[in-house]
Design a protein around this ligand. Sequence first.
Ligand SMILES: Nc1ncnc2c1ncn2[C@@H]1O[C@H](COP(=O)(O)OP(=O)(O)OP(=O)(O)O)[C@@H](O)[C@H]1O
Ligand SMILES: [Mg+2]
Length: 351
Amino acid sequence: MTEKEILELLSQVRHPARGDSSVVELGMVNKVEINGDGVTVTLGFPKRRDPLAEYLIGATRAALIRGGVKDPKVETVVLEDAAPKKKGLEFDTECLRNVRHIIGVASGKGGVGKSTVAVNLACALARLGHKVGLADADVYGPSVPLMTGTEGAQPLAEEIDGRELIIPLEKYGVKWMSIGYFAERGQALIWRGPMASNALKQMILQVKWGELDFLLVDMPPGTGDIHISLLQEIPMEGALLVTTPQEVALADVEKGASMFRNKSINRPIFGLVENMAWFTPAEHPDEKYYIFGRDGGARMAEDLGIELLGRIPLVQGIRESGDAGEPAALGTRPDAQAFLDLAGKLAAKLG
Ligand SMILES: Nc1ncnc2c1ncn2[C@@H]1O[C@H](COP(=O)(O)OP(=O)(O)OP(=O)(O)O)[C@@H](O)[C@H]1O
Ligand SMILES: [Mg+2]
């Protein structure tokens, strides 16, 4: 491949906070090195803290891979310094200074309804009068934009005290942030481990959260490296674990619990949320069918020494409202009440 071809690929990489101009137009492509089959692109950032740096690194890599480059390397320099420093992107927890409680919403297993619980809990806490934010930490499968009807929104960046911060979106009285706002629809970003955790940290540590009572972090499924790295660098106070009531889910919840209780992490688990605790058909709102077993959540909570903080029914409306971007917790149905009860208990527990 020639440098010209590479630059053509890079002209597809747009900076969402700079009028959607490409990194080529913005003069950010500092260097293109072609070495046989290998391609290394160096992106130059005018500032140490471009809040979208990690996103742009991922998007550049993705554009090169789509263009047929195998395993391209993307490096960065900060141009502000007289002698450009490599990898000068730093994080600190300054933007979380006025956030009272930072709570991870996690589970050992995927698909149990973490994002559904996190989004609805955020709306329910806001309905109770709290100041709430939610960071979608699932860089591989962000679901907050869809679940809140904010797909396609483009958050702006703002320079505050010499550093650039991303302004979260506000809807339903909650501040939302997700890497989904920076990825084109349906276009998966291709992350390598450390990049994914950096992108993730930017979505939490370079956001103008302002004053919040609660910041919920919707964690990606599993208990891998990305989780450990997140827990080490984000001052999370503790966690909520989400599970379904089946016996087989116990092992996964245990894994989730031991991640937080692990010696090097050691954060409290504020509660277990039993999702899909029973099924209620829309046409018979008073009936409860315990299709995944009865009281599974209560047993797990007892086994693990965690308080059962909430029980959320399986109802078609929760899925439908999630898909429609209007969280069920905003409504008046009994399932909204389940989220409000959970929110009330959590707020009471944390004082
Ligand atoms: N209580 C519920 N009633 C009905 N549908 C639900 C309920 N909880 C979750 N769902 C649906 O189940 C699907 C998975 O939920 P969700 O995306 O919240 O899970 P998750 O644990 O965040 O998944 P992932 O591990 O992929 O992040 C979604 O389609 C959601 O609408
Ligand atoms: Mg999820």
